[in-house]
Design a protein around this ligand. Structure first.
Ligand code: FAQ
Length: 314
């Protein structure tokens, strides 16, 4: 297909990227670029939708009306992010129903982080602090991603993620000012979520097959390891202020590098989780499949209503 593309059309795409301008849905783009964007945006959308489950499990058990209202708003925001992102994928010619089918059938990925259980209410705070914190680190540069609809969706998403992170930190601050049992609950949640949060940034640069091309197309602006390092450097002082210990004996400031050194990530665990073998993968997908089946009548009714309206107009 690319062979039949006139040279000036292909050049226009290359120049758009070189000049740091945005590629828009109407523009010609290489098949590989379109495929990569659909893959990344779909995985991101699926992550937001599956990502509603770990915290959603605590809505009915939130310890106060205030905490329930905050959590409900956060989980609703995640649904909204999923919807913007599916819309962005549709501008590339993807079909939303098809993307959902691929997710449910295990043919498309979602973030590894959502395959861990939320055992106590402290997990809600730690997800806000660490998981949304990692998401912000990864997504702020995506506001300058070369595909226009994705970059614009990211601007709004990042503003909301920033609120999410603060609510998590505030919840943890409150718990750390509480009883010994509450402080222990926070430390236990930090111990369980720290390493999975570092895995969110993806495999190490030497084992990241998509990075080189995505960086050349300015879809990604920084490598997986660069963003992971940025997250560690940002989080260490926050942990100190909170009074928790990050579960890594190798974590220390390296004045020569001007960064924190940290221990080895368990990439075997990461690979297991992203291939469907994490602690909660089966449950997350089963839940999503049930929601899809339960919603089938709504989609059918909406389609019948739209067809009726079209008929009335003609
Ligand atoms: N989990 O070559 P690379 C959120 C896959 S935030 C699962 O490095 P790439 C907010 C990767 O897809 C979470 N799979 O890939 C929230 C590829 O597989 P494929 C979502 C992973 O794309 C907070 C293979 O490994 N954020 O939801 C992961 O260049 C709280 C090789 O990797 C985004 O999606 C992983 N962690 O870089 C919601 C951000 N890492 O497709 C609720 C946008 C890698 O070749 C509560 N995405 N893989 O079979 C990105 O920035 C990039 O796609 C990366 C991966 C950095 C995630």
């Amino acid at each position: 297909m690319t062979a039949t593309v006139p040279a000036d059309v292909e050049r226009a795409f290359t120049e758009t990227i070189e000049r740091d301008q945005r590629v828009e849905p109407r523009d010609w783009m290489p098949d590989g670029y379109r495929k990569t964007m659909i893959r990344q945006i779909a995985q991101h959308a699926h992550s937001e939708i599956i990502g509603m489950q770990p915290e959603g499990a605590w809505i009915t058990r939130a310890p106060s009306l205030r905490r329930k209202a905050i959590l409900l708003a956060k989980v609703q925001d995640e649904a909204g992010h999923g919807l913007y992102l599916y819309s962005a994928a549709e501008t590339l010619g993807a079909d939303r129903g098809d993307l959902t089918r691929r997710l449910i059938e295990g043919r498309q990925k979602y973030s590894s982080i959502f395959n861990y259980p939320t055992l106590t209410f402290a997990d809600v705070g730690v997800i806000g602090w660490l998981v949304d914190g990692a998401a912000i680190c990864n997504q702020v540069p995506l506001c300058r991603s070369s595909y226009g609809p994705y970059a614009r969706a990211m601007i709004r998403i990042c503003k909301e993620e920033s609120f999410h992170q603060r609510q998590g930190y505030e919840l943890l601050m409150t718990m750390m000012g509480g009883t010994g049992a509450q402080r222990a609950m926070v430390q236990d949640a930090v111990d369980r979520w720290w390493w999975p949060s570092l895995m969110m940034f993806g495999p190490p640069d030497h084992d990241s097959p998509n990075s080189a091309q995505s960086m050349a197309w300015k879809i990604k602006r920084h490598s997986n390891d660069e963003l992971r390092q940025r997250f560690v450097d940002m989080t260490v002082p926050q942990a100190e202020a909170l009074g928790v210990t990050l579960p890594d004996p190798a974590l220390r400031w390296n004045s020569e590098r001007g960064h924190h050194d940290f221990g080895d990530i368990d990439w075997v665990e990461f690979k297991k989780v992203i291939s469907g073998g994490g602690p909660m993968n089966a449950e997350r997908i089963a839940h999503r499949r049930r929601a899809d089946e339960d919603g089938a009548w709504v989609r059918e009714a909406a389609a019948a209503h739209a067809a009726k309206k079209r008929g009335a107009r003609s």
